[in-house]
Design a protein around this ligand. Structure first.
Ligand code: 13P
Length: 265
């Protein structure tokens, strides 16, 4: 069934690129990525790079997102950057990314507070959820997704959830070169959408965008974008190569074209 959800292709640059490297890379991206109205392309550089990129970037082609943001708007929190400080620079913020959860020990409670802080500051959060390999092998995937989604959305209204994005990123597929199988992604995405429906009703579940992330590249992107209910991709490693990333955006555009009713296409 067709839906009104716009495809998103997001580039999570993680802890890569200095300010000057990012500027050079953005130049390359601007020449290789074609402007496609039907595909929303969002870049997530490091926090230091957001300001210079916001000046340089072609706003018709790209939007900016932050990789993280603190849940308190201001205060004695050495090292943190708040959502209130990010709000004029970014449209989106990642919350609960697997590396925040597993490298920096952030739990569902922190993710819930960050989700709340993001919407309070008018930033659209992308809640990242996903199971570890151990959890998958133990048959706990659905339970983990259920817990992370429920906790992450805890403080949001239905309207706020509808405007949010959820990224299914199985931990074992991140940076491993071993992506999930499309049917695994399909099952997880379906499970997440059903969970949103239980929490906030069918209308909200039909509006929230759900992405897949984990070793997405130009070769496997189409298979994920073709997954029923998958509204885009959150790309790590492959987003650091301009042609590779541009090719993923182009694949998304073609998937969108294929979804159009015949009389449009
Ligand atoms: P990779 O595409 O490198 O697996 O990273 C995925 C990711 O963590 C995006 O947020």
């Amino acid at each position: 069934m067709r839906n009104s959800r716009k495809i998103m292709i997001a580039a999570n640059w993680k802890e890569h690129f200095t300010v000057s490297q990012a500027s050079i890379f953005l130049n390359k991206l601007e020449s290789s990525v074609r402007s496609r109205q039907s595909v929303e392309v969002v870049l997530f550089p490091n926090v230091l790079t957001l300001q210079p990129l916001s000046v340089q970037l072609d706003k018709r082609k790209f939007r900016l997102g932050a990789q993280d943001g603190h849940f308190q708007d201001a205060g004695a929190y050495t090292g943190e950057v708040s959502m209130a400080m990010l709000r004029d620079l970014v449209h989106y913020v990642l919350v609960g990314h697997s590396e925040r959860r597993h490298v920096f020990g952030e739990n569902d409670d922190i993710a819930a507070k960050k989700m709340q802080a993001a919407v309070r500051n008018g930033i659209m959060p992308i809640l990242c959820v996903g199971e570890t390999l151990q959890e998958r092998l133990a048959g706990e995937t659905n339970q983990i997704l259920h817990n992370q989604v429920t906790a992450g959305l805890m403080h949001l209204t239905a309207r706020e959830v509808a405007a949010s994005v959820i990224a299914y990123e199985p931990v074992w597929a991140i940076g491993s070169g071993e992506s999930a199988k499309p049917d695994q992604a399909a099952a997880a995405i379906q499970h997440i959408r059903t969970q949103v429906e239980h929490l906030h009703g069918a209308r909200t579940a039909g509006l929230v965008r759900i992405l897949y992330g984990g070793s997405v590249n130009s070769h496997n992107a189409k298979a994920f974008l073709d997954v029923d209910g998958c509204d885009g991709a959150l790309v790590g490693g492959a987003s650091l190569q301009s042609h590779e990333f541009a090719s993923i955006v182009e694949k998304a555009f073609r998937v969108h074209q294929e979804r159009l009713p015949a009389h449009h296409g």
